[in-house]
Design a binder for this molecule. Structure first.
Ligand SMILES: *[C@@H]1O[C@H](CO)[C@@H](O)[C@H](O)[C@H]1NC(C)=O
Length: 221
């Protein structure tokens, strides 16, 4: 009986721990926090705050998303500019961020996930085919035109593709974390530092070492 109760308490604790891991950013107990990014305490859970007396309107504004990013800087043909505590120090502790996504003609934001945020994206320009996969491996896809929005549930793998061969596409996203984090599935698997053991990739993807090398070389550098 006693061990049964202990087991139950243990299970409840594990459940709370798991829920804690997937919960949104912690609720703020102050009006705002101007991220003090020069603080030596810039560790673990983000920067400390400036004194509210030093706060001014410019801490809450940014033009970071006003210009297109460079879509030729990576081999997939996309650029994401995100608001951060550096370019928008007033969004610290607010549990949100914004992203500007530029996609070259036929460019792809490859399958990726944000471990700490759900995302709602609105197409501003062009025609974007996007989709996500849920944890039962069900695929959801949609074509977005300007003014239309789509939700990517938290932590799930999703992609965006500019179907237009001639013109760039633009989307803007809101994310439910000040630091959403991004993992691109292909890069994480085949171009990590140090690299994943080859035998793991061989077995995981049912391919041989040569194929592992080929994919890695394509994705690195
Ligand atoms: C965009 O990135 C490419 C590749 O890194 C570079 O050659 C090019 O000069 C960049 N363009 C601009 C406008 O910064």
């Amino acid at each position: 009986m006693k061990t049964k109760i202990k087991k139950q308490i243990f299970l409840v604790l594990v459940l709370f721990l798991l829920l804690g891991l997937v919960s949104a950013d912690p609720n703020s107990i102050i009006d705002y926090c101007i991220a003090d990014t020069s603080s030596p305490h810039y560790i673990s859970n983000g920067p400390t705050c400036l004194s509210p007396n030093s706060a001014c309107s410019s801490h809450f504004t940014t033009s970071a998303l006003s210009k297109p990013g460079n879509t030729t800087a990576n081999k997939f043909g996309f650029s994401v500019i995100l608001t951060t505590n550096l370019n928008l120090p007033g969004h610290r502790t607010q549990g949100l961020s914004m992203a500007r996504i530029d996609i070259a003609p036929n460019g792809l934001v490859p399958p990726h996930s944000h471990p700490r945020a759900s995302e709602v994206t609105t197409c501003l320009k062009g025609e974007i085919l996007l989709g996500f996969i849920d944890t039962s491996n069900k695929m959801y896809t949609q074509k977005l035109r300007p003014g239309e929005s789509y939700v990517f549930p938290k932590g799930l793998i999703h992609f965006l593709y500019n179907v237009d061969k001639n013109s760039p596409a633009v989307a803007i996203s809101g994310l439910s974390s000040e630091n959403p984090g991004t993992q691109i599935a292909s890069i994480s698997n085949f171009a990590s530092t140090p690299t994943m053991p080859t035998f793991v990739l061989e077995k995981a993807f049912k391919i041989d070492a040569q194929e592992v090398n080929r994919i890695s070389n394509h994705l690195k550098g």
